[in-house]
Design a protein. Sequence first.
Length: 373
Amino acid sequence: MSRESALNIVVVPQIGPNDTEATLVEWHVKDGDAVQKNDIIISLETAKTVIDIESEYTGNIVTLQNEGQILAIGEKLAFIGNDLKKLAEEKKKYISLQSSKKDIKNIATKKAIQLAKKLNVRLDDIKKEGIIKSDDVEEYHNSTQEKSNLEKNDKRLELSEYQKEIIKTISWQKENAIVGYIEKIIDIKPAKKYSEKMKKDKKWLFDPFFAIMAFRFVQCIKTDNLFNASINDGKHYNYKQINLGITIDVEDKLLISVLSGADQYNEVDFIENLFSLQKRTVNGDLKPNEMQKPTIGITSLSSYGVSRHIPILLPNTSIMIALSDKLPFGNKNSIYCVFGVTYDHRLHTGVQISKLLNSFQRSISKNLDALND
């Protein structure tokens, strides 16, 4: 029998070295379709990536699994061959075998069946490979009783509108991005000195350090505008205008305000407008356009003594930077802190983010040059 007429089996491949399973995202073919070698037939998703799988064979295909299923590495996905009748028969055998395996899982001993009836336990609810025994029934019953007793003492509250919005914001990253994270320790002593000088020269009552960092971040993005982008509904958007989203903690609530057209300001105007925006956020006086459509984001927990945190992407963005508090191993000539970047790996690579952080570091060093001029 030739390779082309043989019954060829398509299985879930080993995509990454540590992957044990993959989710079937989409079939690009249907039963009976003719496929050529190297045609894309299916998309699979692991914890790190979505990958299109090409056919290794030429012939007709029948699918064995449904979209949305989580499958083990090596599990059968499809049959490919030239005999449609044989393909249909093999698929029928495969489905029958899988059904019999499921039935075997639900077999229980006579004692287990009797105890289940006595305790009002459904055997189908006991998730166990092999034969269910009376000990399994008793263990399941005890666990449900403990859960029931705990729930009686629970206080159930309705979610507030704020909590619903926060859940929606956090869920965006999980559902719409493939996330990466890179961080770099940077000496901020030049920026601290520069901040102190600006505060004195401009007679500002506020510390402009965070605003200076935000301005440097915007300038880095302005230099390489590919970061000012996102993927929405399967389409790549590259935004012309940089809208800086800032997360601010106000009375234990995380609020997001937006400085629109952040790339259009000079440094002094940027700092003063950002401070004004932060003040209005705290006072609850934001305008509608100051709460919408960020394209990049920045956050900091330095005032809480946090030395490292991984920020969450704002909706419809692909990059978010976080500033830490100063680290304990600095000296009189250096003050170190962690700059961490969360990014959408579909748009940006680790190398690109590393270069961005290096650019950020160079821009901070320029603060020292400005002081020496």
